[in-house]
Design a protein around this ligand. Sequence first.
Ligand code: UDX
Length: 451
Amino acid sequence: MRITMIGSGYVGLVSGTCFADFGHDVICVDKDEAKIRALEEGKIPIFEPGLDAIVAQNRRSGRLTFTTDLSSGLTEADVVFIAVGTPSRRGDGHADLSYVYAAAREIALGVKGFTVVVTKSTVPVGTGDEIERIMRETNPEADIAVVSNPEFLREGAAIEDFRRPDRIVVGLSDERAREVMEEVYRPLYLNRSPLLFTTRRTSELIKYAGNAFLAMKITFINEMADLCESVGADVQEVARGIGLDNRIGSKFLHAGPGYGGSCFPKDTLALVKTAQDHGSPVRLIETTVAINDTRKRAMARKVIAAFGGDVRGKTIAILGLTFKPNTDDMRDSPAISIIQALRDAGAQVSAYDPEGIENARPMLEGVTFGTGPYDIAEGADALVIVTEWNAFRALDFRRLAGVMRTPLLVDLRNVYSRDEVAPYGFGYLGIGRPLEDDLGVLASPETRRAG
Ligand code: UDX
């Protein structure tokens, strides 16, 4: 198959490269000349483990090329993927579709012969219909079928997710397009990855419903974590206890400082808006969005409370800035709100992240960036783990206790436990774990019962 991928951002670049790896001929297009030049020189503009090697290999084989000239990639294409950005529109939270529609117009003018046009970008329900209308209006002669094929890639695990997906969702009504899409995904099909064919509108909604459900699941366990702290229970045990029920499942039950990233915050908001527009509000998701927004600043209050409500003159060291590990992505990262709230309360903040500092710097004024955990801990009153990078999983607490002014660990990802750090003189605050006092209170009825 000859595939043209419009948009060489995260989704376009990963998908285009993996399609080339399947044996298809792929042209990746982007308007950003600097980005295309960099890609032609083998430089990858995003941090995604393993991507550089697959790009290099497929460029060498000639199956993967990059260009800024969209028209050159259209005449020969069997399939054109639209993978341009759909950011939240400023002001109203709706997805901004101007890049998608601009691409549709250009494609309509450039294609020759039967061409399948596929939206990979996350687009609200009904966008496929509008793309088709725009294309037919722009060029009534064009022989096209518009298909929805959402992506479910996680940053940091995108290649693995592409090669071994839980499912591939394809929304269409044209039989010829179905055959083309089966061919595009043939290697996965042969690998027994379920290929789910449905209508275009259903496919568009599946993407939003999936992300909203996962965001809700995380938010559920985060609320349980707060409740655990109040009643003296352990959220990790609760997550394990409910997750072993197959109907619930164990994934996405890790309590933390709230979800961030380029998808969950944007997509939940867009779903809320779409549902409101259709007079069918999704109240569970509206609440999820509100809880997650307030949670981030609440995490800062947890730190502040540990100092009796006053952090003026204190230095707080933040470990991890990106919205999750294995990415340099800072979009909607909880670290941003947490750090702002700490600085508003008068604390000095030092921070370190293995990959995110460059992106974080312009967002976090007044923060001192260090070269590693021990560097930022120097003279600090608390060390706060915001992102659970592997590099933070085996910290030398003896060394940390030696350099910190007050040895306190605030572990917003439950990487450690009180028992592990207490021998080094560390105070410990996790998420949804019983506080020491509560343990004392709970011990009495237990003891009584045992007796
Ligand atoms: C997500 C979806 O997983 C993916 O299918 C979709 O296509 C794009 O959005 P991504 O944003 O890369 O992927 O990250 P993901 O690993 O899903 O994590 C999202 C956020 O949820 C992160 O901030 C993460 O820290 C948080 N999270 C995740 C939790 O707090 N607890 C969990 O148990 C899981």
